[in-house]
Design a protein around this ligand. Structure first.
Ligand code: PDD
Length: 283
């Protein structure tokens, strides 16, 4: 494991520690970001930074670093991993204060942490998986990348108990997203994904896939779709920084695309692999 970045210092993982009075620990009062690095180069770093900034602004924590500083921290972390294929995890909490009180003081110093873990970017498109349709029990600010993930974790556990790879969530009959991914469906050659609102995390992979679809000439609709629409879909896939484009073969017991890899899903998964970063993050 590479060193841990904690509050301006580089520490060995076994030494890195935060206060038990940290509001992240007591209240999950903080946000996070996940940035994939491919051989030392991040995918869409500016977009990850912008989302980090939005999450911080939404919960009134000043951004402790500039974009250039964050990039340098992430690069240093990635270089500590074999081949610099790394998933960088960033977390910023409101900071520590005693005694515990719900209303935070104004003058807290945020706790800033970042780590890297090894990953292997997929070389081929993964086989289709089964996902489980479940009620979206989370809060109404899913656009904030909050570290408060209890709803997501419970849903993920329930899906795993059903033998499913991931939940696919619905609110009032409308598909939102997964516990840790965004969803797409294809119907009659058109690619659909729910619009960016408070009900989903604005996935960086989602936006990247949409731009690839435009380049490939695939018509796109960022539009809400219902559970019924989904069950009639020709193809379905999910996206995230760690999964890229992951085909879906079953929703519960219902087969999608005959449980096979659909052509548009494969086209986009391939286009994704071709578009991986091979050079510096910032112009
Ligand atoms: N999760 N929706 C949710 C709820 C997520 O947690 C994630 C990512 C996404 C996809 O976002 P992106 O394409 O930017 O990775 C959508 C990360 C990977 C995580 O929590 O580890």
């Amino acid at each position: 494991m590479s060193l841990v970045y904690l509050n301006g210092q580089w520490q060995r993982p076994e030494e890195a520690a935060v206060s038990v009075f940290d509001r992240g620990f007591l209240f999950a009062d903080g946000i996070y970001e996940v940035v994939p690095f491919y051989q030392g180069y991040p995918l869409e770093f500016e977009a990850h930074f912008a989302r980090l900034e939005n999450s911080l602004q939404a919960i009134n924590i000043p951004n402790p670093h500039t974009q250039t500083e964050w990039l340098s921290i992430c690069q240093t972390l990635a270089e500590g991993i074999a081949n610099a294929n790394a998933i960088i995890y960033i977390q910023v909490t409101r900071g520590a204060e005693y005694p515990r009180q719900h209303l935070p003081s104004n003058s807290l110093t945020p706790t800033v942490m970042a780590t890297a873990s090894a990953w292997t970017p997929p070389e081929t498109t993964a086989p289709p998986v089964r996902v489980e349709l479940m009620d979206d029990i989370r809060w109404l600010r899913c656009d904030i990348k909050s570290i408060s993930l209890l709803g997501n974790i419970l849903l993920k556990q329930q899906a795993a108990q059903c033998g499913a790879f991931e939940p696919i969530l619905q609110r009032a009959g409308r598909i939102t997203e997964g516990a840790s991914c965004n969803y797409f469906m294809v119907k009659n050659g058109v690619l659909f994904t729910p619009p960016k609102d408070n009900l989903i995390l604005p996935g960086i992979t989602r936006d990247w896939v949409l731009s690839l679809a435009h380049q490939c000439g695939i018509p796109v609709e960022e539009q809400a779709f219902s559970v019924d629409d989904l069950m009639q879909a020709d193809e379905c896939f999910l996206t995230s920084s760690t999964r890229e484009v992951q085909p879906v073969g079953f929703i519960g017991e219902t087969a999608i695309a005959n449980a096979k890899l659909g052509p548009i899903t494969e086209q986009l998964a391939q286009a994704f692999r071709m578009s991986r970063p091979q050079g510096p993050a910032l112009a």
